[in-house]
Ligand binder design. Structure first.
Ligand SMILES: C[S@@+](CC[C@H](N)C(=O)[O-])C[C@H]1O[C@@H](n2cnc3c(N)ncnc32)[C@H](O)[C@@H]1O
Length: 207
């Protein structure tokens, strides 16, 4: 995986990224049903930080937000004084798979609008980092509609089949339990929003 080329491509989108409100709305959908007061929340491929900032409403102890693109993270941190005055979010530039945390250390993993750049390999890492009973929330593009533009095409992973319905979206979360998927549509864009729980001895334990 050419991280430098990928980071450069996303760097070029950073300045105007927040003008598109769709991603912010997806991030809110991911966070909305999660239980309050988690310890560690991870935002995987945070971009300009929509999901990391949305997670603050859960009143977490801390959030770690990771992204390959320095310019995307710069856009995220530029909002920190206003949106995260207590400094709960740690921003890190680098690959988000694997996430740079200990095994079973996270209460929540968020991955908003990014799975189509990470691939199915991410799920094994999310099972690694989540504590038993920890919660996963991710969005995934619809296979019916997803057509990456030319420069992004090269970075779409081959190890994942993009779902065409909610059942297929839920089936992506292999190894998780209590999996649910909902269709989220705004304007002409549709994604699936999936929530799941890391297993506890094969059964879900709710926090
Ligand atoms: C469409 S943006 C989504 C950003 C953000 N999560 C959101 O909801 O708006 C995709 C992000 O994935 C990041 N990305 C792609 N591949 C990555 C990787 N392997 N590790 C970390 N970040 C990655 C890009 O830099 C970009 O910021």
């Amino acid at each position: 995986m050419d991280h430098d080329a990928r980071a450069a491509l996303f760097d070029s989108t950073a300045e105007h990224y927040d003008e598109d409100t769709f991603h912010a709305r997806v991030a809110e959908e991911l966070v909305a049903p999660l239980p309050p007061e988690p310890d560690l929340v991870l935002d995987v491929a945070t971009g300009t930080g929509f999901a990391a900032y949305a997670a603050l409403r859960l009143k977490p102890s801390r959030v770690l937000a990771v992204d390959l693109s320095p310019a995307m993270v710069a856009q995220a941190t530029a909002k920190a004084a206003e949106l995260d005055p207590s400094g709960l979010i740690t921003w890190q530039v680098g690959p988000a798979v694997p996430m740079p945390v200990e095994d079973h250390s996270a209460d929540v993993v968020l991955c908003a609008s990014s799975l189509h750049f990470l691939g199915a390999v991410a799920f094994a890492d999310w099972l690694r980092v989540l504590r038993p009973g920890g919660r996963l929330a991710f969005s995934v593009v619809s296979g019916m509609r997803f057509k990456p533009s030319r420069p992004f095409e090269a970075f779409v992973p081959k190890d994942i089949t993009f779902p065409t319905d909610e059942a297929e979206a839920a089936a992506l979360a292999k190894g998780f339990v209590d999996v649910s998927a909902q269709t989220f549509t705004a304007g002409s864009r549709t994604v699936f929003v999936v929530h799941a729980t890391a297993p506890v001895n094969g059964a879900a334990k709710r926090p």
